[in-house]
Design a protein around this ligand. Structure first.
Ligand code: KIV
Length: 285
């Protein structure tokens, strides 16, 4: 049985910190679930860490569906949240309904995530009304990187902070089951967390949110272009992998790999017959 949105909401009520991490493929999903993470996000951060773009804007619904199907298929207990990519839900409520349903039906995710606050409330309301749980995402919204002018902390000034409080209130009233707070000053994130009944999941939003989400590649040291301030490396797997591949390449060049234990043998009589036949055939030509 998978973790449900009710289980996630109960964790807030029980003051149990909620752990979430991104997953994009069988390896990241299996490892994260085995580590006991209850909620996995197939995020459009795959645009950066899988596809090699600088921003998530080029990611399409088909890309998310492809990765989400893998993540749901290889996991058994985690709640899988599928990210709605840029312009797959912002054109109209009808578009959001159609595409959220496509993502859910095609890939089996248990919820979708959408970037947007007050202005997205009507969409969130309609999508949740038809039975699709929505995780909202406010603060820094990476899909709006070109409008914002970079990956900037949000809600630092009075107007920005008040807008974020309105956004949080609006998406809760609209029916979102949880909300990601990205790059929000810690005191403001704490205020929002106390104000809302639904869980807040922070990334760059301090330690007082109900949970935390991180990008798989960021915390494992696999994304080496830069380390966001909000991320901590719990391992340096980039270096470990580079060294391992270097060792493999050296062994191949020095003919040390494959060793006999990595190779397959055959019966002596078959080999002998082959050699005799081979010699005969060779002699015949
Ligand atoms: O796409 C993503 O990975 C995200 C998280 C960083 C919250 O939206």
């Amino acid at each position: 049985m998978r973790v449900s949105i009710r289980d996630i909401q109960k964790m807030k009520a029980d003051r149990e910190p909620i752990v979430m991490i991104t997953a994009y493929d069988a390896t990241s999903a299996r490892l994260s679930e085995a580590a006991g993470v209850p909620m996995l996000l197939v995020g459009d951060s795959l645009g950066m860490v899988i596809q090699g773009h600088d921003v998530p804007v080029p990611v399409t619904l088909e890309h998310i569906m492809y990765h989400a199907e893998i993540v749901t298929r290889v996991t058994a207990t985690a709640l899988i949240v599928g990210d709605m990519p840029f312009m797959s839900y912002n054109v109209s409520v009808e578009q959001a309904l159609t595409n959220s349903a496509r993502l859910m039906q095609a890939s089996g995710v248990g919820a979708v995530k959408m970037e947007g606050g007050e202005y997205l409330a009507e969409t969130i309301h309609r999508v949740t009304q038809v039975g699709i749980p929505v995780m909202a995402h406010i603060g820094l919204q990476p899909q709006s990187v070109y409008k914002v002018g970079g990956m900037r902390v949000q809600g630092r000034d009075l107007d920005g902070a008040r807008q974020l409080l309105r956004d949080a209130q609006a998406i809760e009233e609209a029916g979102a089951f949880a909300v990601v707070l990205e790059s929000v000053p810690a005191p403001l994130a704490e205020m929002i967390t106390h104000k809302l009944q639904i869980p807040t999941i922070g990334i760059g939003a301090g330690a007082a949110t109900d949970g935390q989400v991180q990008v798989f590649h960021d915390i494992l040291g696999l994304f080496e272009e830069f380390t966001p301030r909000h991320a901590k490396h719990y391992a340096e797997l980039g270096g470990v992998i580079r060294e391992a591949i270097g060792n493999y390449a050296r062994d191949v060049r020095e003919r040390k790999f494959p060793a006999p234990e990595n190779s397959f043998n055959m019966k002596d009589d078959v080999l002998a017959a082959l050699q005799i036949n081979g010699a005969d055939e060779h002699a015949g030509h």
